[in-house]
Design a protein around this ligand. Structure first.
Ligand SMILES: C[S@@+](CC[C@H](N)C(=O)[O-])C[C@H]1O[C@@H](n2cnc3c(N)ncnc32)[C@H](O)[C@@H]1O
Length: 281
């Protein structure tokens, strides 16, 4: 298991889709507008949320390869996508979906991105995408990834990369310390070496630009209100636990901060989306 439960991924999906920045979405749509078909690889697909959020911006016929190292999430993704579609049928290992006027063929690959990046990007798709992934990875891994992307001349569309900014309402005296501790925890190793965490949007954009990519970055914060009370509670619980795990915030202080979040208020959690295309030269 990856530590990302289907329940957590379901809980965040509405806020994730609402947060996506429209600029990169429109650039993605324009990039493939003349095409009848597009092939896509989704890295760290979880339960397939990225496909559900992105398919509407791509041509009418799509072939997706969903990649994750967690077999349970891949099984869950298949079921969630079949439920989401207007019509679905299994064709061997392939899942064939119809959604609105789109025809979407989906294959599923269990692979560890720390070990099998080359295989995952072979055969080369028309587009590489990922949601809520790149803050988990290390800078050396991002260097390998952007080198592979650039060598194959592939565009990248990625959403919901955590950028380290948070504002909670009502405010609490420990907000600053809890956030600093949480952000330092976000840089702990998540399987790829020390994670870029909140630096991920800038590091990824910088590496892509250094390889000659045209990089479009836009803010895509979660704007959470009382209607997102379940998500706020789970998020606050995770933040308090991580902050306390660093040792920079005492367990009682983290518990006090968390208690103040029991009544749902408002929260803004910063993310970035990126659409990047290789230079034509
Ligand atoms: C924050 S979740 C995002 C899931 C999904 N993209 C979404 O937006 O809901 C990160 C995903 O990356 C996957 N993941 C983490 N490390 C991985 C690795 N080394 N290889 C493949 N997948 C990995 C996890 O299993 C999880 O599904």
């Amino acid at each position: 298991m990856s530590g990302f439960s289907p329940e957590w991924l379901d809980l965040r999906e509405t806020a994730d889709h609402r947060a996506r920045a429209s600029g990169p979405e429109q650039q993605l749509a324009a990039h493939f507008a003349a095409r009848a078909h597009v092939s896509v690889v989704d890295l760290g697909c979880g339960s397939g949320s990225n496909l559900r959020g992105t398919a509407q911006f791509l041509p009418d016929h799509q072939s997706w390869r969903l990649v994750d190292y967690d077999p349970q999430l891949l099984t869950w993704a298949r079921a969630r996508l079949a439920d989401w579609a207007d019509d679905s049928r299994s064709d061997g290992a392939l899942l064939r979906l119809r959604k609105d006027h789109k025809r979407i063929d989906v294959s599923f690959a269990q692979a560890d991105l720390t070990l099998e990046l080359t295989q995952v990007l072979t055969p080369a798709p028309d587009l590489v995408t990922a949601a809520a992934l790149f803050d988990l990875v290390s800078e050396p891994w991002l260097e390998l990834f952007t080198a592979a992307l650039s060598a194959a001349g592939l565009p990248l569309y990625t959403v919901l990369i955590y950028d380290g900014q948070q504002e909670w309402q009502p405010i609490h005296p420990q907000d600053g310390r809890v956030l600093r501790a949480f952000n330092s925890h976000q840089q702990w190793d998540k399987g790829f070496g020390p994670a870029t965490g909140p630096l991920a949007p800038a590091v990824l954009a910088g590496l892509l630009a250094a390889r000659g990519y045209a990089v479009h970055t836009a803010a895509s914060p979660w704007l959470l209100g009382p209607e997102d009370s379940g998500l706020q509670r789970e998020l606050a619980t995770g933040i308090a636990a991580a902050a306390s795990e660093t040792g920079d915030v005492a367990p009682e202080e983290a518990a006090d901060w968390l208690a103040a979040r029991r009544e749902p208020g408002r929260a803004t959690i910063g993310h970035s989306d990126i659409f990047a295309t290789p230079s034509p030269y």
